[in-house]
Write a protein that binds this ligand. Structure first.
Ligand code: BG6
Ligand code: MG
Length: 215
């Protein structure tokens, strides 16, 4: 088997929480009167909360009425308010099926996320104990595109980077996987990223990709 470990990004891959990030940053941008749309939102995928605010402020010429910490904290409160309504029903059946099949096949699986809310989301989705390893925003010094999150995940899985496959929906995440010397399958917003090794239209396509590599 070419790959022994699969490292999943969380927001936008396992869960639709990327939409909640968008909504909660929109609340902040509206409060500031800063421009914000899906285009700017794509640049926030995979990067930390603090760096996300910096990206939003790139198109905000005025002086900030309050501290940066005020806005990141307020965004997180709004985000967690949206997360609070999540239940295991919000886990896409295709994602659940894919994860279960990979488990049966014996792949070791991890989550590699820049989010400090990753464990809460996994719990909400009924996946708190599913992954062998979870490396999230609380475990890293530098968020994606730095390779730290994926290198930590593969080290904890006990697998070499070359035997890990990363699943990502963010440009920053694909760059992170490449910097970690790992192959990468792109999905969702980044599905057509030219530097990804595989391009997934749906998450179940991952099973086909792996089947070919199992020969
Ligand atoms: C990543 C998201 O998973 O986590 C980013 O793609 C987000 O959009 C980052 O900014 C940090 O998330 P949190 O939950 O710690 O604010
Ligand atoms: Mg993502």
């Amino acid at each position: 088997m070419k790959y022994q470990g699969i490292i999943f990004d969380l927001d936008g891959v396992i869960s639709h929480t990327d939409q909640f990030h968008f909504k909660s940053w929109k609340t902040i941008a509206d409060e500031l009167g800063a421009p914000f749309d899906e285009e700017i939102n794509h640049q926030l995928r995979g990067v930390s909360r603090e760096e996300s605010l910096e990206i939003i402020l790139q198109s905000y010429a005025k002086e900030l009425p309050r501290s940066k910490a005020y806005y990141t904290e307020k965004k997180n409160q709004e985000y967690r308010r949206l997360l609070s309504a999540m239940t295991p029903e919000d886990l896409e059946p295709e994602v659940k099926t894919t994860l279960d099949i990979l488990r049966q096949k014996g792949y070791k699986m991890a989550v590699g996320s820049s989010s400090k809310n990753a464990r809460l989301i996994l719990e909400k989705l009924g996946l708190a104990n599913f992954f062998e390893v979870v490396v999230d925003g609380n475990d890293i010094e530098q968020s994606k595109p730095h390779p730290e999150v994926f290198l930590k995940a593969c080290e904890r899985l006990g697998i070499a980077p070359q035997q890990c496959l990363v699943i990502e929906d963010a440009k920053a995440g694909i760059e992170s996987a490449i910097a970690a010397n790992m192959d990468c399958a792109s999905f969702g917003d980044a599905a057509r990223h030219p530097r990804a090794n595989y391009h997934l239209k749906r998450i179940t396509d991952l099973l086909e990709v792996l089947k070919e590599k199992e020969q």
